[in-house]
Write a protein that binds this ligand. Structure first.
Ligand SMILES: Nc1ncnc2c1ncn2[C@@H]1O[C@H](COP(=O)(O)OP(=O)(O)OP(=O)(O)O)[C@@H](O)[C@H]1O
Ligand SMILES: [Mg+2]
Length: 284
């Protein structure tokens, strides 16, 4: 796949501090959204103890994993697999025995060995602040912080931001996930002020997202329904991260209403279609 521009080799870890805020979900869907825009992406499951990323991508069978690479028993090229939308995946292993043996500090060397081959190499980081978290943050030049809009999550992400800065990984922005837009939630502006970082995305709480990983349904929502409200916000985030114009999947109207809207859209655009390939272009 051809590279779209100059952001060749950007390495980013997705981290949060608090667990369960949606890092893996975001890594999978963001990776797909970027790949769908023609950006070459490699996702890495850096949660070497509790690997979920392969499951979320519906890619369970991987004979050679990051564990083997970190153990020095395989080359990184052997652990690269083809994923959805043309992205590549370096999966983590599931064996607890191997997890105990791996040296997480080798991750930085592994990432550096492949990062130049992609526009973006995105690591799905573990929760907490233990050794493997520090190793995944230290392995990339940038990190993207994820939090839910509540005090415990924001407090943990603030600690993570400070740790990232100490490790020399630049926090580029924060993503608020599972937002209900309810009174009592910490607002986007407050979060930005507290963390002194831009809010790169506000992803709504979306039952469709939660359901996309239930039993027998492990298909990322970005593939299953790119028009879902959370998919659309992740498409905006992908565009912002990559410095591309925002293109989001248009919600299809049906029947009579669609006919009327189509008529007016052609009327005002001199006969041309207002959108191409179901995408709406919006500039930030
Ligand atoms: N925007 C969303 N709306 C609704 N549910 C979501 C959303 N994002 C993630 N989830 C759900 O939240 C749960 C936790 O998500 P996920 O595993 O991605 O979190 P995580 O931060 O990677 O967790 P861990 O810290 O354990 O690695 C999953 O059930 C997922 O489907
Ligand atoms: Mg996870």
């Amino acid at each position: 796949m051809g590279s779209v521009n100059e952001y060749m080799g950007r390495s980013i870890t997705i981290v949060s501090g608090k667990g369960g805020v949606g890092k893996t979900t975001l890594a999978a869907n963001l990776g797909i959204a970027l790949a769908q825009r023609g950006v070459s992406v490699c996702l890495v499951d850096a949660d070497i103890a509790m690997a979920n990323l392969s499951l979320m991508l519906g890619m369970q069978s991987s004979p050679i994993t990051l564990h083997d690479v970190l153990l020095g028993e395989a080359g990184v090229q052997d652990a690269l697999y083809d994923g959805p939308a043309g992205l590549k995946l370096i999966p983590s292993g599931l064996s607890l025995e191997n997890y105990r043996r791996v040296d997480a500090d080798r991750l930085a060397t592994v990432i550096k060995a492949v990062q130049h081959k992609f526009d973006f190499i995105i690591l799905d980081g573990p929760a907490g602040i233990e050794k493997s978290v520090l190793a995944s943050i230290a392995a990339t030049e940038e990190c993207l912080l994820v939090a839910t809009p509540d005090s415990p999550s924001i407090a943990d992400v603030l600690k993570t931001k400070i740790v990232a800065q100490r490790l020399g990984s630049k926090p580029v922005g924060i993503v608020l996930n599972m937002v209900h837009f309810e009174k009592g939630e910490i607002s986007k502006d407050e979060v930005s002020r507290m963390l002194e970082l831009p809010v790169y995305g506000t992803i709504p709480y979306d039952d469709e997202m939660r359901h996309s990983f239930l039993k027998d349904r492990a298909v990322p929502l970005m593939l299953r329904n790119p028009q879902a409200k959370s998919s659309v916000e992740i498409q905006r985030l992908a565009a912002r991260l990559a410095g591309l114009p925002v293109q989001v999947s248009e919600k299809k109207s049906s029947g009579f209403l669609a006919g009327i809207m189509g008529f007016f859209s052609r009327l005002f655009s001199g006969g041309k279609k207002a959108s191409e390939k179901g995408m709406e272009e919006v500039h930030l």
